[in-house]
Ligand binder design. Sequence first.
Ligand code: NAD
Length: 334
Amino acid sequence: RKLGYAIVGLGGYANIIMPRFAECRHSRLTALVSGDPAKARRIAAEYGVPERNIYDYANFDRIRDNPDVDIVYVILPVALHHEYTLRAAAAGKHVLCEKPMAMNAGEAAEMIAACDAANVKLMIGYRSWFESHNREAMRMTAAGELGPLRLVTSQHGFNIGDPNQWRLDPALSGGGSMMDIGIYSLQSARYLSGEEPVEVAAFEQTDRSDPRFRAVEDTLLFQLRFPSGAVADGVSSYSSHHGRSRAVGAAGWLDMEPATGYGGHRMRVHLEGRTREHEPPILPLNQFSGQLDHLSQCVLTGAEPIVPGEEGLRDMRIIDGMYQAARERRPVAI
Ligand code: NAD
């Protein structure tokens, strides 16, 4: 059976996701939620969504009565993730929520509690967990193929444009580059080490005279200490392009660049004194369709998603700690 998804928010990333239902085996696009009726009708026609399954933000709660919808996928600015996750859960629908999960750890915890209380699944849109290179890197580090892991370094960033976009308004974004793109550096550090940090240090560099960065951070450098003694060193930027993750063990390293983009991933491995291109086993589905079908299968079988709300909450706690560490100019225990 194919489970029905409602997409909430028909912006840039929703337009990356919607074509990917075509390759799904267990998921289909059945409803749209938008504040722009003309746009919703145009997209509905394009994807064969019936007009009766178009909602706006006011009548969204009526989705409760729609048997075509099993899962609500929240692809809105961050400030709205909490509200729409709670409303979807109250409507009895399972939830896929985009990253970063929420404005802060407190909101993230409430989202988990609401989905638990409604007995619906909550998954966060960490698509790299469904991407072949990242899966292979997780497998290699977990299997100890690089020897005991010592260090993860990861840099993610892009040069952001329009100063008036929601990403640069903290009331809608909850923060700057670290919330948006830097979360890939943090995710890499956590899933390549397989550990949870016990301490975080962070250092911010922002040109406040740049109209883009009046209210949110541009660059954040962070360091994490893990219980095993491994450490991570990360970069997040809204003023320069990066997309790289590297895991270094006592016996060798692996290096992915691009590491977490929409495509074009590459991976090199250094072992026994030799560096070579490494081609991972390619997963049957691309990362977007794989993510959609994973949640559908979890709903169908009762399994827990590999990136549940708790995974988002862990990141939110660490990011809250990073901001505190940068502000107070001292390391913070997690
Ligand atoms: P976007 O600005 O392109 O789209 C946001 C949509 O929300 C728009 O259609 C807008 O009309 C709608 N919206 C509803 N209420 C709004 C309000 N009060 N203010 C502003 N917009 C409002 O943004 P996007 O790039 O699609 O990002 C949406 C979410 O997806 C974010 O959480 C972002 O972090 C996430 N995202 C994830 C990935 C990924 O690879 N996983 C990539 C891009 C974005």
